[in-house]
Ligand binder design. Structure first.
Ligand SMILES: O=C(O)C1=C[C@@H](OP(=O)(O)O)[C@@H](O)[C@H](O)C1
Ligand SMILES: C=C(OP(=O)(O)O)C(=O)O
Length: 467
């Protein structure tokens, strides 16, 4: 078991480049594998989750030539060769590791194949509900067999001829939306998914990139079956969910000036910036490349004391993976923060509400836990503690950042899970715990950046917004 020992913050680096976006990397290899021909993928996230998706697509008949690797020898530039929408029957059970995205999106792809395939995953993934994809895919005509009432993995999908459906999502989930759209792509009609709240739209954008038309009308997203994708090279922007850890660290440390380079700025993912600005952080983000997936630099300047806020309503799907680190920001802020409407956190890699509440309390932060969120009273000094992360990468990284602001040492057990989404996190963290080489280099260039103004308003549908 790996362990991280966190010492108090010494330095926020002037610049951090986070690795590629996890959601987009998964989709890039899946959709490229469904094209006939070659797609070059640059800045692929070679984390364990995305490598599971890559291996799965290879097991289903795609080929992958690695053109460039990172310092660990893992692929970052890939040339994928696909053979069209009809895949090859895999010879073995597909291992999705820790990745809900792999299992749920692949369910939609497998639902349309003329064979039976089984997917499994690690202990955590085997506990996560797959009923949410089994239900609509069975309505379309596929057969899915999992374990127990939650239809957990191992999950067997027997595909076949599918019919188009209109499906109102019971939960705001981009994974379920994507599974239904991917299955609908293989029918003869129009499949529509209606979202209760807007979720990340990487599937829609990436399908469009490959020439497959997906139409959004309000909260309804439709795809017509039978459209042939055309291979087209793509570049994966940096992951804003990984950048979020450093946004909070920089926003909470008085003398920092941090530029996060080349971050994905898709508006369905930038909620974390809105929340931090509302909490008083000085942040600005500028889209420099706008086509397909917008990306650009995010600049964070520390200084203001953060203040508590309410996070809830339609904002939740946009910040769902950032809620653990936003809870840490709340602990570092003055006043109370309420996180609500976030019951989905209970069915992630671990129960993230229970995990965050437990660890914050061990660090001396008062937390009240609700079924769908928590209330955090910030502003008390954080105390170093020995913490678990329950094999959950986001919990491990969120509390590594908390440890930077704690008195004494914070130990986090089981940090090998960080490789799920952010290889290289530990190196960036080490920089924060080491004296800066040249403290003079506080970037003057960014002094002129106009920081975003907070409108001080909580999102509609939250307690704050009515006052
Ligand atoms: O579609 C995706 O890539 C993801 C969607 C979200 O899950 P849900 O669809 O379960 O909300 C998110 O939590 C996950 O990390 C990635
Ligand atoms: C929930 C996450 O991923 P997944 O659902 O793909 O396991 C995450 O990365 O925080």
């Amino acid at each position: 078991m790996s362990q991280l020992k966190i010492r108090p913050l010494k330095n926020i680096p002037a610049e951090i480049i986070v690795p590629g976006d996890k959601s987009i990397s998964h989709r890039s290899v899946m959709f490229a594998a469904l094209c006939e021909g070659q797609t070059l993928i640059e800045n692929f996230l070679s984390s364990e989750d995305c490598l599971c998706s890559l291996e799965a697509m290879k097991a289903l008949g795609a080929e992958c030539e690695v053109l460039k690797t990172d310092s660990r020898g893992k692929p970052v530039t890939l040339l994928m060769t696909g053979h069209g929408m009809k895949l090859r029957e895999p010879l073995a059970v597909i291992d999705c590791g820790n990745s809900g995205t792999t299992m749920r999106l692949l369910s939609g792809i497998l639902a349309a194949q003329n064979f039976k395939a089984t997917m499994t995953g690690d202990e955590s993934l085997q506990k996560r509900p797959m009923k949410r994809v089994a239900e609509p895919l069975e309505m379309m005509g596929a057969k899915l067999k999992g374990q127990g009432v939650k239809v957990t993995a191992p999950l067997t999908v027997k595909g076949g001829e599918l019919r188009a459906i209109t499906y109102p999502l019971p939960v705001a989930s981009a994974q379920v939306k994507s599974a239904v759209l991917l299955a609908g792509w293989n029918t003869f009609g129009k499949t529509t998914v209606i979202e209760p709240e807007k979720t990340r739209d990487h599937t829609e954008r990436l399908l469009a990139h490959f020439g497959v038309k997906v139409v959004r009308e309000g909260n309804a997203i439709s795809i017509y079956g039978g459209q042939k994708p055309e291979p087209k090279n793509l570049y994966v922007p940096g992951d804003i969910s990984s950048a979020a850890f450093w946004m909070v660290a920089a926003a909470a440390s008085p003398d920092s000036m941090l530029v996060l380079k080349n971050v994905g700025l898709n508006p369905t993912r930038t909620g974390v910036i809105n929340v931090l600005v509302r909490m008083g952080a000085h942040i600005t983000d500028a889209v420099t490349v706008g086509e397909g997936e917008p990306r650009g630099n995010v600049v964070v300047r520390g200084g203001e004391t953060l203040r508590g806020t309410v996070i809830g309503g339609a904002e939740i799907p946009n910040v769902i993976d950032e809620l653990p680190i936003l809870a840490v920001a709340a602990a570092l802020a003055q006043g109370k923060t309420i996180i609500k409407d976030a019951a989905e956190l209970r069915v992630k890699e671990t129960d993230r509400i229970a995990a965050v509440a437990k660890n914050l309390r061990l660090m001396g932060v008062p937390v009240e836990e609700f079924e769908d969120g928590m209330e955090i009273t910030g502003g008390q000094p954080l105390i170093g503690a020995e913490l678990e992360c329950w094999h959950d990468h986001r919990i491990a990284m969120a509390f590594a950042i908390a440890g930077l602001f704690a008195e004494g040492t914070t130990t986090i057990n089981g940090t090998e899970c960080i490789a799920t989404s952010y290889p290289g996190f530990e190196q960036h963290l080490e920089q924060c715990m080491t004296e800066p080489l040249n403290p003079e280099v506080v970037t003057k260039v960014v002094d002129h950046v106009p920081f975003r103004k907070s409108d001080s308003k909580a999102p509609s549908g939250t307690a704050d917004s009515s006052s």
